[in-house]
Design a protein around this ligand. Sequence first.
Ligand code: FAD
Length: 285
Amino acid sequence: MITTPFEYARAASVDDAIEKLAASDGAAKLIAGGHSLVPLMKLRLSEPSMLIDIGRIPGLAGIRRVGERIEIGAGTTHHDVATSELLREACPMLAEAAAEIGDQQVRNRGTLGGSLAHADPAADYPAVILALDAEIHVKGPSGERVAKAETFFQGLFTVDLGAEEIITSVQFTPVRSAAYAKLHQRASHFAIVGVAAALEIDGGKISSARVGLTGATASAVRLTGVEEKLSGAKAASESVDAAVADAGTGLEDVNGDIHASEDYRRAMIAVFARRALVAALERSS
Ligand SMILES: Cc1cc2nc3c(=O)[nH]c(=O)nc-3n(C[C@H](O)[C@H](O)[C@H](O)COP(=O)(O)OP(=O)(O)OC[C@H]3O[C@@H](n4cnc5c(N)ncnc54)[C@H](O)[C@@H]3O)c2cc1C
């Protein structure tokens, strides 16, 4: 199908994009890589009367250190995240997760900000962003604010983002002992189940565990039951086995669809949580 007619405008800056959004009174949409929005427009599930292109705003893309933290501009493509030497060294989980998104064409166009704003229930970044306890930096007509990953993903395609707001960057403290494991849908590579695990190990014990899950529920969530069982446990695979045993059974409202039944997804949550956690443990030694 073809889209409904729309106007096109290129934003020169973040402020220009916000002004254009505000002036459209809800009729415009931002477009970054277009790899989620354009398919929706072709299906006429989204019918914006104007597209505001944020793909060429200077400074909106890029990966940099900010003190002890790393900042990734919202316009950074999945390819640039996947191939970043800084991320491969300081926070390999994020680069590896980006490398598993879609195919090369999707990774060349799709952006971190677009993926987070769209919040597909099967997208990869949300699990990783939750495990990193990242901050999502947002700007709107009333200025800048910071959203915590934990409260950002609110439901099916629903995030803590106003209609006139734009995600400008994501910031987090890099974690080396972290890993992402995903069971992907063969055609699209979207996650049937994806688990990101970030561990802090102290004196042979797990002092903190953050585990993000995508693909299985309406929006990405933290596996808090698993995290609690791991906290203070010996940093060993036996602890992981015990912690993930009922990871899938305790969750409410697990998806079932043509790609995987609810029961299968529940079973795979434990399997992929184990893989991510064991890989994270291996990175800690
Ligand atoms: C064939 C195919 C396979 C895919 N496989 C995967 C996969 O395996 N894993 C995965 O995670 N994803 C996958 N995707 C989705 C892909 O990663 C998208 O690129 C991404 O979800 C959206 O990023 P975008 O830059 O293309 O956003 P766009 O499509 O341009 O925009 C998406 C939405 O976000 C809004 N938006 C964009 N940027 C911002 C911003 N900075 N601030 C506020 N709102 C913004 C737009 O207004 C729109 O509502 C796939 C897509 C395709 C087409």
